[in-house]
Design a protein around this ligand. Structure first.
Ligand code: DLL
Length: 436
């Protein structure tokens, strides 16, 4: 297969040249922040660092970290590095875990962001002949506008569907012969399930690829979606603070996401000590932007836990790859002292033949943590096994116990009783916080 890139020179740049490009840009970006963001300048002064101390990548670790707490502290304008009149757009986080974070963009920032998304679309096989159905939410969320802009840059026909109204999604998908689907993996699974209910087979649609991200999803979930839609499913990563989707994206190897290193430097740190870890070790991902005008962030702690690899990728891209984040460090549940990521439970459910419709409930009863997992039976399982449900629950509980080391109570529930997600799925209810 012919290799496809959106910006070949940059995406396949020799590592030495890439490093020197990053170093040049880093010096400029640090100076820009120093001169225009008093809040961060104060943090640098506190550490005794000036822009003159930052000459290369090895100096990066001299710079202070930024976290979401800093962004909340400086809400709404404190991190802005250009006059507001130079900005053309804001986007924002959903604010489910506190005050919203607002990201600002100049036209230049929008162009860079959309180019990153265009790289992702081309890596998934997109061309100007494609019909790209964008069913990430439009509005303050970055998913819709990011992929929308990227699709325009590629020259594809863009369907600005936004999320929800699954009937209409399916009608447009079929009538307009969409070839690339962009949405959260949980919504992709829901669309696949609905197509099946309507009697469509995977080969009845014209889709060839999906670009799915914005929430953690497992390899098992990927295969499930690929089967139900008859496509190849690509992962895409990003966060509002760094512009949105497209910070990193998968190529045809489906083996980690290439980080757009001409625009972002990635580091992995130990989340407890802040120490920088070598490639290959698991830790918290930290980003430094290199080209941002309005909302540049230096050493921003994402709280996403993953691993970086610089092993050569057969696709020809030279940019470092990040593993799938297994969830945010703050998504991790500690149950009876054991660290549990919801994605571990998802892996077990799908490998045991269940559909990805589940809810995890954690509580504290008589000073002891409880873990309950509600899992939907598929319609086939439901009719087959009315009498065998208890045995199935026990079997699943034991499979989960083997992986997590914690004993769950499993409840198998009737099909269609767990709420479907059209955006980011909310799979965990932790009631312990309510009692504290
Ligand atoms: O979710 C941006 C985005 C939109 C990415 C569309 C991909 C596609 P936020 O709402 O600010 O931005 O949430 C960012 O979502 O820190 C991760 O924890 C999580 N996340 C994003 N992409 C992935 C992914 C958008 N591919 C937060 N896998 C991030 C796992 C992801 N988690």
């Amino acid at each position: 297969m012919e290799k496809r890139y959106y910006q070949k020179d940059i995406e396949t740049m020799e590592p030495e040249a890439l490093r020197s490009l990053q170093e040049q840009k880093l010096q400029k970006q640090v100076r820009h922040v120093w001169e225009h963001v008093p809040y961060y300048r104060a943090l640098m002064e506190k550490k005794g660092v000036t822009p003159d101390d930052i000459r290369g990548l090895d100096d990066l670790r001299k710079l202070p970290f930024l976290s979401k707490a800093d962004l909340r502290e400086t809400y709404p304008y404190g991190m802005l590095a250009v006059p507001l009149s130079d900005c053309v757009r804001i986007q924002s986080t959903s604010g489910t875990t506190g005050k919203r974070v607002i990201a600002y963009y100049t036209q230049h920032d929008i162009d860079l962001w959309e180019e990153c998304c265009a790289r992702a679309i081309v890596a998934a096989g997109g061309t100007k002949e494609d019909v790209v159905q964008v069913c990430y939410g439009y509005g303050l969320f970055t998913g819709g506008s990011g992929l929308h802009g990227g699709s325009h840059k590629v020259g594809s026909l863009t369907l600005p569907m936004s999320s929800g109204n699954t009937e209409r999604q399916i009608q447009f998908m079929m009538d307009l012969k969409a070839t690339i689907l962009c949405c959260t993996p949980s919504y992709a699974a829901y669309i696949g399930e609905t197509l099946k209910e309507k009697g469509y087979k995977p080969e009845d649609n014209q889709l060839k690829a999906g670009i799915f991200g914005a929430e953690p999803w497992t390899e098992e979930m990927r295969r499930d979606i690929e089967r139900s839609l008859g496509i190849k499913a690509y992962d895409i990563y990003g966060l509002t603070e760094t512009s949105g989707p497209g910070v990193a994206f998968e190529c045809e190897e489906q083996n980690g996401m290439h980080i757009n290193e001409d625009h972002f430097i990635a580091e992995i740190i130990d989340p407890d000590t802040g120490e920088v870890l070598p490639d290959g070790e698991k830790g918290e991902l930290v980003f430094t932007s290199l080209d941002k005008e309005a909302f540049p962030l230096l050493r921003y702690r994402t709280r996403d836990i993953c691993v970086l690899t610089r092993e050569k990728c057969p696709c020809g891209r030279t940019h470092v790859r990040m593993s799938k984040p297994m969830g945010r460090s703050d998504d991790m549940l500690i149950i009876r002292g054991v660290n549990v990521f919801p994605s571990q439970i998802e892996t077990v459910l799908l490998s045991e033949g269940y559909a990805p419709n589940y809810r995890i409930e954690v509580d504290r009863v008589n000073n002891s943590d409880t873990l309950e997992v509600y899992v939907e039976l598929t319609p086939e399982q439901f009719t087959d096994t009315v009498s065998g449900v208890t045995a199935m629950e026990r079997k699943l509980a034991s499979a989960i116990k083997t992986v997590l080391g914690v004993n769950p109570v499993v409840h198998l529930v009737a099909p269609k009783t767990i709420e479907r997600s059209e955006g980011k799925a909310k799979r965990v209810i932790d009631r312990r916080n309510l009692h504290d």
